[in-house]
Design a protein around this ligand. Structure first.
Ligand code: UDP
Length: 464
């Protein structure tokens, strides 16, 4: 009986429309479908490509409904984050309300809106239409708690070199370890407002979810005294990558006919021999930084798979490969504009992940037991990097020089440390342990699984 009731509860999920936020919400939607709920992803029309890219590893049973962010035909050439945000809020809340009204009438009537914590206005829309509003934090507990402390003016950052911050449940943090927007707030006021603003109405949310898991951030969750307390449901990755696998996979081909060359290329490489390099879905690296990475990969001599994303229109000049690099390294490595990252990390040929430490990439690396070279750029990445190096001990951290560039020698040293010798072996052991703990959290009866079951029960009761 319980099964049948929960099957009919319908949940809407609203991500902030960028890849790193669409992926976890979409994957979480699939997890809810797996627990018997009906789930619909709600996203701006313009996000179609990002959804297509994300859903490769997702189940197909999540529906999608489109709303408008005011830019259905693409972003304007004079795009600014601030202007986009204002339009998204105005047009998005209107079209989201219209959608809920239509579903309330035509069915299946939604019981709840799970919204990205950046989109605080979505809570008002949910409550205005009589459904539950559940906020979903896509960043780590540590980072969320730092932002929350800043929001409440409990943490005030002094930009003095050598300053150290002792915060509840967190390792001692230097300025470089803090999320970048609270350290370099000049020119970043909009992003800072957005990040701290997540907490302005969080206490009114009916539920707070977080894409992390208890054992990963146990000290933070035990020692912080935030007025909001999240249910950790992560990592919201597809279960096929987490539970029931005995060995890291080799490719079985891509049933959607995309990007198969990168996995079959990995198939031909020895176990643990490939350095996988990716800076996520947004970053565009400078010419200088690209040259340093290219030389480090070349001289490390290890096979490499490097994602060099085609820059957005406003990032012209970024992510340019040095001239002649592809020709000179075609036997050593492969450069792709995008790859199915989870499949790559799950592949037994991959021995090291050079990552910018986006929270999704961090969780994905941990979940697949791949040791990392942390090369953080900005936002929450420096704090994630600190945890990778200092708390979970699954990677080394590549230091930037005075010009904020990671030099060839430094990156090569880090790659060697992860790929070779006793230190590498120790990092692999730790990474393997974290992979086990990730699996434990999401498996039947694990902490994240239990928190999801509790949410499903709440939603099902509300539905009655
Ligand atoms: N990603 C991918 N293929 C790529 C590069 C990135 O599938 O070639 C995915 C990655 O698996 C992750 C997301 O894009 O889920 C990036 O999110 P993250 O939080 O790591 O960084 P962001 O892009 O937000 O900086």
């Amino acid at each position: 009986m319980e099964e049948d009731k929960s099957k009919s509860a319908h949940v809407l999920l609203l991500p902030y429309p960028i890849q790193g936020h669409i992926n976890p919400l979409l994957q979480f939607a699939d997890r809810l479908v797996g627990k018997g709920l009906k789930a619909t992803l709600v996203a701006p029309v313009r996000s179609r490509d990002d959804i297509r890219r994300a859903d490769r590893s997702a189940l197909t049973s999540t529906n999608t409904e489109y709303i408008s962010d005011g830019h259905d035909d693409g972003l304007p050439s004079d795009y600014s984050s601030e202007a986009y945000w204002a339009t998204l809020r105005r047009v998005g809340s209107q079209t989201l309300g219209d959608l809920i009204a239509r579903l309330n009438e035509e069915g299946p009537r939604p019981v709840c809106l799970i919204y990205d914590s950046f989109l605080t206005w979505a809570l008002d829309v949910a409550h205005a239409y009589g459904i539950l509003g559940v906020t979903f934090l896509t960043q780590s507990y540590a980072v969320s708690s730092i932002y929350s402390l800043c929001h409440r003016s409990i943490l005030v950052v002094q930009r003095e070199p050598g300053a150290r911050y002792s915060l509840p449940g967190l390792p001692l943090l230097s300025l470089q370890d803090l999320p970048s927007f609270i350290v370099q707030s000049e020119g970043n006021g909009f992003f800072l407002d957005l990040l701290l603003g997540q907490f302005k109405n969080i206490e009114k949310a009916d539920y707070v979810l977080m894409n992390s898991f208890d054992s990963l951030e146990s000290k933070v969750s035990e020692e912080t005294a935030e007025p909001w307390s999240p249910k950790m449901i992560g990592p919201a990755l597809p279960l096929a990558y987490l539970v029931g696998r005995n060995a890291r996979s080799t490719s079985t081909g891509d049933d959607q006919g995309r990007l198969v060359n990168c996995l079959s290329w990995l198939d031909e490489r020895p176990v643990g021999s490939v350095v996988y390099v990716s800076f996520g879905s947004i970053a565009a690296l400078s010419v200088e930084q690209m040259e340093e990475i290219a030389s480090a990969l070349r001289s490390s001599k290890w096979p490499f798979l490097w994602v060099v994303r085609i820059p957005f229109a406003h990032q012209q000049g970024g992510n340019q490969l040095p001239e002649g690099f592809l020709e000179a390294t075609f036997q050593q490595g492969l450069v792709v504009p995008w790859c199915p990252q989870l499949d790559v990390l799950a592949h037994r040929a991959v021995g090291c992940f050079v990552t910018h430490c986006g929270w999704n990439s961090t969780l994905e690396g941990l979940s697949q037991g791949v040791p990392m070279v942390a090369a953080p750029l900005r936002s929450d990445q420096p704090t994630n990097s600190k945890f990778i190096f200092d708390v979970w001990k699954v990677g080394v951290c590549a230091e930037v020089d005075g010009n904020e560039v990671i030099r060839k020698g430094e990156l090569e040293r880090c790659i060697r440390e992860v790929m070779e010798g006793e230190r590498g072996a120790e990092l692999r052991r730790n990474a393997h342990r974290w992979r086990g703990l990730t699996t434990e959290a999401v498996a039947e009866g694990g902490t994240s699984d239990n928190n999801i079951k509790e949410l499903v029960a709440t939603l099902s009761n509300f539905h009655l």
